[in-house]
Design a protein around this ligand. Structure first.
Ligand SMILES: Cc1cc2nc3c(=O)[nH]c(=O)nc-3n(C[C@H](O)[C@H](O)[C@H](O)COP(=O)(O)O)c2cc1C
Length: 345
């Protein structure tokens, strides 16, 4: 597959980790990138909060040099504010900026932003033009199929994006009215691809490497963005990449013990950005994704959703590891995934 190009930026492949509100923090992004994503985004930011240096926003927008290329995504509907936010984001060193026209949640929609902006194409065009002319770095947009079944205006918005100078467009081919119900209709992704000449990235329901291959082949799109499919298994990016290159997964899929080790690391990285209490609240969610397929882990899930401290978190993982090992057995010298290997106290 040809690597994705965002204007002057060439990614290492055509796989992008989705911007995910409440999820795509630094720890998440680092793991997605390590396991093969060509690009990752900080969590979506409301343009007003970004411009006002709102305290929560300061945490959300935090990234480090080792993440490059790193993208930022804004939700808003005011061209002047979006342009100002883009200038600030360029100064803060982000490599690319995305306009969110896909978010269906009321908090964003009631401000006329996210997927609600698709109901106002002329305003959307002004926002896109203002963003592109404000900065030198590449600007992209992420859209839905349309507002509802009677207003499938993705082609119109796609053409506007191209005309405005956006360098790529991502489509999550559900309507705003659908929110997350039903299935992403990637036939529409193909129709968008036929309507524009900038790269088109497909987002929606890619959960296995075969899904990625199917969507790429059927729609002719240029890249795949992954959201929920890689939760608790960031190596999905690597597996897709390998299937696209070699026709099969080459690197062995991490087993339970390695998965627990990655979860421990995920938590330790969360501690770099959040205070321990907050990190525990955040990790509870991620943890259930990592452990859900581990035989015998169900009995530990409840404890995991209540962890309050670093020690408690590692204790639960020790117990899961011990339980798993007692069931399947491990070689004497196998310490991967055990606390001793990762936590130096
Ligand atoms: C919890 C959650 C948060 C999301 N946050 C964002 C966001 O901040 N920006 C965005 O463009 N899309 C966001 N999305 C949508 C995803 O990026 C993606 O388009 C959608 O989930 C479909 O892809 P998937 O099936 O791979 O998850 C979010 C989705 C979920 C489930």
């Amino acid at each position: 597959m040809t690597p994705l190009k965002y204007g002057p930026i060439t990614l290492k492949n055509n796989l992008v980790a989705a911007p995910l509100a409440g999820i795509s923090n630094r720890a998440y992004r680092v793991l997605c990138r390590r396991y093969g994503a060509g690009l990752a985004y900080v969590e979506m930011l409301k343009v007003e909060s970004y411009l006002h240096h709102n305290r929560k926003t300061m945490t959300l927008k935090y990234y480090r040099e080792d993440e490059r290329p790193v993208g930022i995504q804004f939700a808003g509907n005011n061209p002047a504010w979006l342009a100002e936010a883009c200038r600030m984001a360029e100064d803060e060193g982000y490599d690319t900026i995305d306009l969110n026209m896909g978010c269906p949640v009321p908090k964003i929609g009631k401000c006329g932003a996210g997927s609600a902006l698709m109901a106002y194409p002329e305003r959307a065009a002004k926002c896109m033009e203002a963003m592109v002319s404000a900065v030198k770095i590449p600007v992209t947009v992420k859209i839905r199929a349309g507002v509802n079944d009677n207003c499938l205006n993705f082609r119109e918005i796609g053409r506007m994006a191209e005309q405005a100078g956006m360098v790529a467009i991502t489509i999550h081919p559900r309507t705003r009215a659908q929110s997350f119900t039903g299935l992403a209709n990637h036939q529409l992704t193909g129709e968008l691809k036929a309507a524009v000449s900038i790269p088109v990235i497909a987002s929606g329901d890619v959960k296995e490497p075969e899904d990625a291959v199917r969507v790429l082949r059927q729609s002719g799109c240029d890249g795949i963005m992954i959201g929920r499919g890689c939760w608790g298994r960031p190596w999905l990016f690597r597996e897709i990449d390998e299937v696209l290159h070699y026709g099969r997964v080459v690197t062995e899929t991490p087993g339970p013990i390695e998965r627990l080790a990655v979860l421990r690391e995920h938590f330790e990285m969360l501690l770099e950005s959040f205070d321990p209490r907050h990190a525990c609240q955040v990790v509870r969610r991620y943890a259930t994704w990592y452990i859900k397929d581990i035989p015998g882990s169900a009995q530990f899930r409840h404890r995991m959703t209540k962890v309050e401290s670093r020690n408690e978190f590692h204790e639960v993982l020790d117990d899961i590891t011990a339980h798993f090992e007692s069931v399947v057995g491990v070689p004497e010298d196998e310490y991967v995934g055990r606390r001793a290997a990762l936590v130096s106290t």
